[in-house]
Design a protein around this ligand. Structure first.
Ligand code: NAD
Ligand code: 6OD
Length: 505
């Protein structure tokens, strides 16, 4: 096998034009390179950040074998307290290298450092702490049983690890979403093989260093770099010795992964795409709605699966709302991710921008009014080589337009009026997706009433992306299968063995 074990990630050289850093896979406690390499590009200016070594099938196999072996060793025997202690150490390791994580995440995604500092990196550490806390207090189910013919027994269920878990993640919140799955998987005693997005390999590679330095036993956390189909992602999910697959990404990819998992009947948990509605009633707190729903449309340049791309506004305030949201969109500071006051960075890549711009073109062709944005900002500097796009607001499209039905995954929404609560609910639910919805009203009775009727996994009333890690997270329809978060994660990442002990009779 053509692989090379290297002691550590190479340090940056000191001469004038250093060779690009090489990001490698991490298997059985060692960084391993070998095979084809690909570029890791900074979407803010198109420059090369690093080269990435793609894991071949043999390396993916080695990672799965190492994970299996780790389960048969000390890690498989580690108790809850020991595992929780390890998770706290990992959280501390992330915090100790906070700035490196922020830089890595911002360079790979183009997200503002201010956003990575307040959301992505703190949440990564919080994910480990939350699941360590949870496992320490997770109770077990028990029943005292009496059968009709007089036998008595004690039934109780114990949690066991599922085994080797394959984890595949996307590029929009790379570290947040990776750790959201790694933390509960490890807390339940599993070993993992993770495959981050090919677009964002850096923070996962740093996390491997943190794992090593925290003393996570070899083989418990393995990282393989590469693409999806015909590459590390596909090899991983179709590997016969993986027990479960957890995936966040596009609905279409979820479908391909499900097929790959079918022969082995592997358990799957999928967090997929969305075309999320927001319903704005005339009695909403106007200032709060524009500020917070504005985030709900444009945060992370609209590349959050929970972003609202369909906004329905009560007709009596429609004109005001469109004009206020236009003002909000046009006030957002687009710039270098490192600038403190930058609110919007680029999209993930020029390829993705081409997809987003194609929707703007189709919207125009279909007769939309482009109320704000609709194009590419010009900077007159290196950012013109990046993947920037203007925050964009569309109105006037029929609900059947592809711009209203397809997930665009950019800083864009379509705003349409409604006349009654029932109409708003029907419009919001008229989609194949079902991830998240938000409702904006001062009438909390109505808030509760409408929320219950949303065909989604998560509904926010007068807020957006306000998270409690104990709550169920996931979607219905094309937006996913299953729920993670709190005990729902514990249930996915563990198997319950029910034990029935006869006590008398
Ligand atoms: P994607 O589906 O293209 O890729 C996600 C990951 O899957 C990547 O690591 C990729 O390499 C891998 N992959 C692709 N094809 C594969 C295959 N055949 N087998 C195995 N792995 C494969 O998604 P993306 O473009 O990286 O991310 C954006 C999408 O993710 C959007 O649709 C967004 O809504 C969704 N998303 C959903 C959630 C959620 O919680 N519901 C969260 C974040 C992102
Ligand atoms: O907050 C989370 O736990 C989570 N999974 C967020 C997903 C965001 C999607 O882009």
């Amino acid at each position: 096998m053509n692989t090379r074990v290297i002691a550590d990630q190479p340090a940056a050289a000191s001469h004038a034009s250093p060779p690009p850093k090489l990001l490698t896979s991490f298997v059985n406690g060692r960084f391993v390179s070998g095979g084809h390499e690909f570029d890791d590009i900074n979407p803010a200016d198109g420059t090369l950040i690093a080269r990435v070594s793609e894991a071949r099938p043999e390396l993916v196999d080695e990672a799965v074998t190492a994970a299996r072996k780790a389960l048969a060793g000390d890690w498989g025997r580690a108790g809850v307290r020991q595992r929780a202690a390890m998770l706290y150490k990992i959280a501390e390791g992330i915090e100790a290298r906070f700035d490196e994580f922020v830089q890595a995440e911002s360079a790979d995604t183009g997200k503002p450092v201010s956003l990575a500092s307040r959301l992505d990196v703190p949440r990564a550490a919080a994910n480990f702490r939350a699941f360590a806390d949870l496992i320490k207090t997770a109770g077990i189910e028990a029943f005292e049983t009496e059968t009709p013919d007089g036998k008595q027994a004690l039934n109780y269920a114990v949690r066991k690890p599922v085994g080797v878990v394959g984890i595949i993640t996307p590029w929009n919140l790379p570290l947040l979403l990776l750790t959201w799955k790694v933390a509960p998987a490890l807390t339940c005693g599993n070993a993992v093989v993770v495959k981050p997005s090919e677009e964002t390999p850096a923070s996962a590679t740093l996390l491997a260093e943190v794992m090593r330095d925290a003393g996570v036993p070899s083989g418990v956390f393995n990282l393989v770099h590469g693409f999806g189909e015909g590459s590390a992602g596909e090899y991983l999910v179709s590997h016969p010795d993986i027990n479960a697959v957890t995936f966040t990404g596009e609905s279409r990819t979820g479908s391909a992964i499900m097929k790959a998992c079918a022969p082995g009947l592997k358990a799957v948990s999928f967090e997929l795409g969305g075309k999320n509605p927001a319903i704005v009633f005339a009695d909403c707190d106007r200032e709060q709605t524009i500020a917070e729903l504005g985030d709900g449309i444009f945060l992370n340049t609209g590349q959050v699966c929970l972003c609202a791309e369909r906004v329905y506004v009560e007709r009596t305030i429609f004109d005001w709302f469109v004009s206020a949201m236009k003002q909000k969109a046009e006030s957002l500071k687009i710039g270098w991710p490192a600038d403190k006051d930058t609110q919007l960075g680029p999209l993930i890549s020029t390829t993705h921008r081409e997809k987003v711009l194609s929707y703007f073109r189709m919207a125009r062709e279909q007769g939309a009014a482009i109320v704000a944005g609709g194009g590419v900002p010009e900077f007159g500097d290196a950012r013109d080589n990046g993947a920037y796009v203007q925050p964009t607001i569309l109105t006037g499209l029929p609900e059947s337009s592809c711009c209203v039905t397809d997930e665009i995954f950019g800083p864009v929404c379509h705003i349409a009026p409604f006349d009654s609560e029932d109409e708003a609910i029907a419009l919001a639910n008229d989609t194949k997706y079902g991830l998240a919805a938000s409702i904006w009203t001062s009438d909390l009775k109505r808030g509760h009433r409408v929320a219950r009727q949303m065909n989604v996994g998560i509904t926010w009333v007068n807020c957006w992306f306000l998270r409690d890690l104990r709550t169920p997270f996931g979607g219905v329809g094309l937006s996913g299968i299953g729920r993670e978060g709190g005990k729902h994660s514990l249930n996915f990442y563990s198997e319950l063995n029910n034990i029935c002990v006869r006590t008398s009779g």
